[in-house]
Design a protein around this ligand. Structure first.
Ligand code: FAD
Length: 499
């Protein structure tokens, strides 16, 4: 990433005059060398490879990457460039329209072949179809591959050929097809072509005000960070994952979600490493832990299946009755309190602060915070999804949409709407000693465990002893949990009656 300029990069080396042809690999969210089918196919051609990343956020609208995702993208591109340098080349970075940039590059390099790995978001599908058609019309061989999923959305269907809407039969079908384990290794050697490139900094992905300290403390974007995360999980938490995965105070899940989203780690690689792990040490705890872990990867597959077959769902509930749900969109102060972790409900606030500080939130707490927003506050799920989109490092259109609709009760195989998570009971059950709460809410730290989950119920002398003034050091609850639950159920009754 040598010099700064926009538009299609200029080729610096006299690529056309070389006898070996050039093949372009268009990197997108497959920022890895391991198990990368587009790269493997290009390498098999024996050509010199021009590795290109085109920054075109407008083409992803309305779901252009949010603030946290941009931070990750910057570091992930840096890591990919470092890896390519070990093969003697650089990542060519460009900005602007993808099709124009690719056409410009084919003209400059004489490349007649382009490879990329598929994406499944509606805007990406539309863009990629146009790119493929246009390139092929011009006689350029354009090939797309599967790098992101174990099963592409069209490869799994019900007996009568329809998409699945329920997870369990979907996953059963996948397991019957057999989990693919054929992850290809990184190429032993690559001959890379070079071209002038924009400086990564010119993409302005990093925040101007440095709010990313927590991100830097917790994450290492890039392929090496992804493998560290997975190895650590398999060596430590995997054996207790079956129970541990619900406890936010312990480090019991893999935290590979941002790595998976940016394609720094392939799901096929995960499956093959899990199989290896089981072959070496198939202890009972590990077997059930890893089965559970695979099942969660199955939810990721299911989410992509749903997004592909129901592309309107990032904006609209899959359950059409919810188009008439009486949301309370006007409760701005409550939304603000939710975003800032100032609702007065400890588990909700701890989750929202974890999210803001680290760019990630534990799955159980995602469900609790989403349930609180959509049910106790009656805020449309799309508003919460948008906030997560901007603040999560693993923000992923398929998983986020599915997670929000599942929790709000308006999606495929969703939790029934009347299941309103009680954040106090959830907190007592899954964080009984308050390890998670104390980490993110230090102002509550001196409360005894029994009062930590609902400080408003604590006797005045307990609050005094803990040095806590409710309403000053920590908010009073912004809603009454029981009353807001009843309000939610009444709201639901209005659309239920409309069936
Ligand atoms: P692990 O438990 O170790 O699971 C391994 C992998 O399986 C994850 O990395 C992820 O890719 C996948 N996975 C796990 N749980 C789910 C799930 N419920 N749905 C789909 N895939 C899953 N996940 C995202 O990756 N991006 C999102 O934007 C996102 N938004 C969510 C919003 C809400 C409201 C909810 C309830 C869940 C959301 N999830 C999202 C799913 C889940 O919370 C995260 O994938 C998980 O917490 C990531 O942590 P992990 O890697 O340690 O997961």
């Amino acid at each position: 990433m040598a010099s700064t300029r926009n538009g299609p990069p200029n080729v610096t080396a006299p690529i056309r005059s070389g006898s070996t042809p050039v093949v372009i690999v268009w990197f997108r969210r497959d920022l890895r060398l391991d198990d990368n089918p587009a790269l493997q196919a290009a390498a098999r051609s024996g050509a010199r490879i021009l590795p290109v990343y085109i920054h075109a956020p407008d083409e992803e609208r309305p779901w252009a990457p949010g603030g946290a995702s941009r931070w990750w993208l910057h570091h992930s591109l840096t890591a990919l460039d470092d890896s390519l340098q070990r093969y003697g080349g650089r990542l060519i970075v460009s900005t602007g329209d993808s099709l124009t940039t690719l056409l410009g590059l084919t003209e400059q390099t004489g490349a007649r072949e382009i490879h990329w790995n598929r994406l499944y978001e509606p805007a990406a599908i539309e863009r990629d179809s146009l790119v493929k058609r246009t390139l092929r019309d011009r006689g350029i061989a354009a090939h797309s591959h599967n790098a992101a999923l174990l099963f592409e959305p069209w490869s799994v269907s019900t007996r009568d050929g329809r998409p699945y809407r329920v997870f369990t039969p979907f996953w059963k079908s996948c397991l019957q097809l057999g989990l693919p384990q054929d992850a290809g290794p990184p190429p032993a050697s690559l001959t890379l072509a070079s071209a002038e490139s924009a400086a990564l900094e010119s993409l302005e992905l990093l925040p101007r005000i440095p709010w990313d300290k927590g991100f830097r403390e917790h994450w290492q974007p890039g392929e090496a960070g992804a493998r560290n995360m997975l190895d650590t999980f398999l060596d430590t938490a995997a054996a207790s994952y079956a129970d541990g995965r619900d406890h936010p105070g312990t480090r019991s899940t893999s935290r590979v979600s941002p790595h998976l989203h940016f394609g720094e780690l392939s799901p096929r690689r995960i499956v093959s490493m899990v199989q290896e792990c089981l072959a070496i040490a198939g202890r009972e705890g590990l077997v059930s832990g890893l089965e559970g872990f695979m099942r969660e990867l199955g939810w990721r597959e299911f989410s992509h299946h749903l997004l592909y077959h129901f592309p309107h769902t990032p904006q609209h509930s899959l359950d059409e009755r919810f188009a008439h749900f009486p949301w309370d969109s006007g409760a701005r102060e409550a939304v603000d309190a939710w975003r800032r972790g100032r609702t007065g409900i400890p588990l909700v606030d701890a989750g929202m602060r974890e999210l803001w500080h680290t760019g990630w939130m534990h799955n159980r707490v995602r469900m609790v915070t989403a349930s609180f927003l959509t049910k106790n506050l009656l805020i449309p799920w799309q508003e919460g999804a948008q906030w997560f989109w901007d603040t999560l490092l693993d923000a992923d259109l398929a998983n986020n949409t599915q997670g929000w609709q599942w929790t709000a009760g308006c999606g495929a195989d969703a939790a029934p709407y009347f299941r309103v998570f009680n954040p106090v009971l959830q907190s007592r059950k899954f964080d009984p000693e308050g390890r998670y709460l104390r980490r993110w809410l230090p102002e509550l730290g001196a409360l005894p465990d029994r009062d930590l989950h609902a400080p408003w119920e604590a006797p005045p002398h307990t609050l005094q002893r803990a040095g806590l003034r409710l309403g000053q050091d920590y908010p009073q609850p912004i809603v009454d949990l029981a009353a807001s639950r009843s309000r939610a159920l009444s709201a639901y009754a209005t659309i239920k009656q409309a069936e």
